[in-house]
Design a protein around this ligand. Structure first.
Ligand code: AMP
Length: 143
């Protein structure tokens, strides 16, 4: 199985983020453009929250808020669970399953944000690992 470092390198690019004072409408535009379901909320270099499509559905639409007037900081999840590069993809999967969310920022020892992984990234890595294992076994059997 890949390491978290390899997965982030393969994804490339910098973390997709908005500012706490940005509107929900702005964040949705960024998410659409980048084709992602979540953005990090960064105050300068500091991670202060996370905002995902589920927050939009529940805390904006259902709550009757206006996306052009609501700042992200009013509805983001401020207590963000994250992982560091030493953790395995299995660790990430169990955190997501345990907490029922689909995104995890990756931070280094100095609290710098290195990137974000989604459940989709983990599924992709798992499938390709399993494919590799099956090929190895088939090769072994055919010898
Ligand atoms: P998701 O399944 O990622 O769309 O997120 C579901 C809910 O969990 C939303 O309210 C998110 O703001 C929140 N959430 C997502 N990822 C995290 C995380 N790493 N730490 C804390 N909350 C999160």
């Amino acid at each position: 199985m890949q390491t978290l470092k390899q997965l982030l390198e393969e994804k490339g690019g910098s973390p997709i983020a908005v500012s706490p004072k940005d509107t929900v409408f702005h964040a949705l535009g960024v998410m659409a453009q980048e084709e992602v379901g979540a953005v990090l909320v960064m105050d300068g270099e500091r991670l202060v929250g996370i905002f995902t499509e589920r927050d939009y559905a529940r805390k904006v639409i259902l709550a009757g808020r206006a996306s052009k007037e609501t700042p992200i900081e009013a509805i983001m999840t401020a207590k963000v669970a994250y992982v560091t590069l030493e953790q395995s993809l299995e660790d990430c999967m169990s955190l997501m399953t345990q907490h029922r969310f689909r995104h995890l920022p990756v931070l280094d020892g100095e609290q710098n944000v290195l990137g974000m992984i989604s459940i989709g990234d983990l599924v992709k890595a798992t499938i390709s690992h399993q494919k590799f294992l099956i090929e190895q076994l088939e090769h072994y059997i055919a010898r």
